[in-house]
Design a protein around this ligand. Structure first.
Ligand code: ZN
Length: 231
């Protein structure tokens, strides 16, 4: 079941109190419209009744789509530096809901679910997009790491991240995006062959693969943040 709760929020433009429906969980098997809204950037967009200003709530919900094996704890972008604690908390929730501490029926569903943690709207959108394109999210993150070495200009910095935004067999489209404001910057297209090359070189990427999957936050940014988990 998809859950929303009524809450009060202040309009960031005029300060008027708005009663809004904030999402707590998305069940996309039953509500494919919510998946579509995440993909077209309209999910949790609010319009102030007083001044007409549009603003978006931060992501803070669990996303479930059993048919696609997706379980995502979608978190606010500003929490990324604490990703290890967030990963542990998310896995606690997953274990009780669909993992080893769940009832047998839920555990059976959980076997086919990939638990993930994302920070910010561009990240959760990207996970849905990657799945929709039939790609593997771990390989896409390895591809980004490879691109960092190849690109002449790398605007990677805290708050700016590289996200897959579309494409197909002709090439994969990436953009540098400011996480919190979702402002897209420079975009470029990469040949699909690079993805296939990395997917076919499991041995060469084994070490990075292990780091990326040491928790449900499967994002190359974790390799640049702090000490990571103890080996
Ligand atoms: Zn307002």
């Amino acid at each position: 079941m998809s859950l929303f709760s009524q809450m009060n929020a202040l309009c960031p433009n005029c300060g008027a109190t708005q009663n809004i429906a904030a999402v707590g969980s998305v069940n996309a098997d039953r509500r494919p419209d919510l998946r579509a809204a995440i993909l077209d950037d309209s999910f949790q967009l609010m319009t102030c009744a007083e001044c007409g200003h549009g603003f978006r709530l931060e992501p803070l919900f669990n996303y479930l789509e059993v048919a696609k094996g997706q379980w995502i704890a979608a978190m606010p972008g500003r929490e990324m530096p604490e990703y290890i604690e967030v990963e542990d908390r998310a896995m606690g929730v997953f274990d009780v809901s669909y993992g080893e501490k769940a009832p047998a029926a839920a555990r059976a569903i959980g076997q086919d679910l990939k638990p993930r943690v994302t920070f910010g709207w561009p990240a959760v959108k990207e996970k849905l997009l990657i799945d929709g394109m039939g790609l593997d999210d771990i390989t896409v993150e390895m591809m980004k790491m490879d691109l960092l070495r190849r690109l002449p200009e790398v605007p990677l910095s805290p708050g700016t991240e590289l996200r897959l935004i579309g494409g197909g067999d002709g090439g994969l489209e990436f953009a540098w995006i400011e996480t919190v404001s979702e402002t897209p910057g420079q975009q470029f297209t990469v040949a699909r062959e690079l993805y296939d090359e990395i997917a076919g070189n499991a041995a060469g990427w084994a070490k990075i693969h292990k780091r990326l999957t040491d928790g449900p936050f499967v994002d190359m940014q974790k390799l640049y943040m702090g000490e990571g988990r103890a080996a």
